[in-house]
Design a protein around this ligand. Structure first.
Ligand SMILES: Nc1ncnc2c1ncn2[C@@H]1O[C@H](COP(=O)(O)OP(=O)(O)OP(=O)(O)O)[C@@H](O)[C@H]1O
Ligand SMILES: Nc1ccn([C@@H]2O[C@H](COP(=O)(O)O)[C@@H](O)[C@H]2O)c(=O)n1
Length: 242
């Protein structure tokens, strides 16, 4: 993929399992840009809350834990890392305990305020350093980067998403039950879409991309076309990026 270098922010939002991380990472890598996985940051805060033995419903204590948690999210597209208080927690945050609790923790307004401020600093640094970043999550186009020159809301049928997730879990050696995976996808969508603060939704100016019948190269090609059409590609500068 040799198209030029990304200039500006590409905001990718959508429900779970639509392929945001997979395509965001590839798009960023191909365009010499940084990549920010905002869900990983909420997952790391959730892990901190669980380790502290705090009930996610106890919003005051969850906020205290979030304030003290040292979450460091790497933005290298080839290897996106997540550290909590110096420990690499990239694998643990994908486990079932965190996945079950993350929607409750991420619904706490004070937690969101802390995490969004950190995300905005990361984006500003990336723009200063390399000029472009692909950011994926649930509220990127609406809250984190409302001025992004390209916002894409990625969707797919819940069944297709559950099949993708189950395949991914099986490949990582996890026990798979398709019915339970579908229920988890639907539970998280419902929770994320109905919370009071920054619910999952497409920004008014987002392009909606349904990936149910697209493979990953097809999604990537569609995104590249949008990036190019918006004039967000510059000739490679030759400077060291990443
Ligand atoms: N268009 C697609 N066709 C086939 N498989 C796909 C497609 N998009 C994503 N996948 C697969 O689905 C799984 C989930 O994708 P991914 O983690 O990128 O989704 P996501 O939207 O980032 O989910 P989440 O928000 O829960 O992190 C991965 O195994 C990925 O390879
Ligand atoms: N911008 C975001 C990103 C994520 N969340 C919450 O985190 C959960 C995990 O996200 P993944 O992308 O890693 O699956 C997600 O279900 C949301 O609850 C968020 O609120 N805002």
């Amino acid at each position: 993929m040799a198209h030029g270098e990304l200039r500006g922010v590409v905001a990718l939002d959508g429900p779970s399992g639509t392929g945001k991380s997979s395509v965001a990472r590839r798009l960023a890598a191909g365009l010499g840009a940084r990549y920010l996985d905002t869900g990983a940051m909420y997952r790391a805060v959730t892990l901190a809350v669980l380790r502290a033995g705090v009930d996610p419903a106890d919003t005051d204590r969850a906020t205290e834990v979030a304030r003290a948690a040292g979450v460091v999210q790497g933005t290298g597209p080839d290897r996106s890392t997540t550290h909590l208080d110096g420990e690499d927690v990239g694998a643990e945050i994908r486990g079932p305990e965190v996945t079950l609790a993350v929607s409750a923790v991420s619904a706490v307004p004070e937690v969101r305020a802390l995490v969004v401020a950190q995300q905005q600093r990361i984006i500003a640094d990336a723009l200063d350093e390399v000029g472009g970043i692909v950011v994926e999550g649930r509220d990127i186009g609406t809250v984190v980067a409302p001025d992004a020159p390209l916002k894409v809301y990625i969707t797919a049928d819940a069944e297709a998403r559950a099949r993708r997730r189950a395949k991914q879990d099986a490949a990582s050696g996890r026990q798979v039950d398709l019915g339970a995976t579908l229920a988890d996808v639907q539970r998280r969508d419902a929770h994320d879409s109905s919370r009071a603060v920054s619910p999952l939704r497409a920004a008014a100016d987002a392009v909606v991309l349904d990936t149910t019948d697209l493979d990953l190269p097809g999604v990537l090609a569609a995104l590249l076309e949008l990036v190019s059409d918006r004039g967000l590609l510059a000739q490679p500068s030759g400077r060291v990026r990443g």
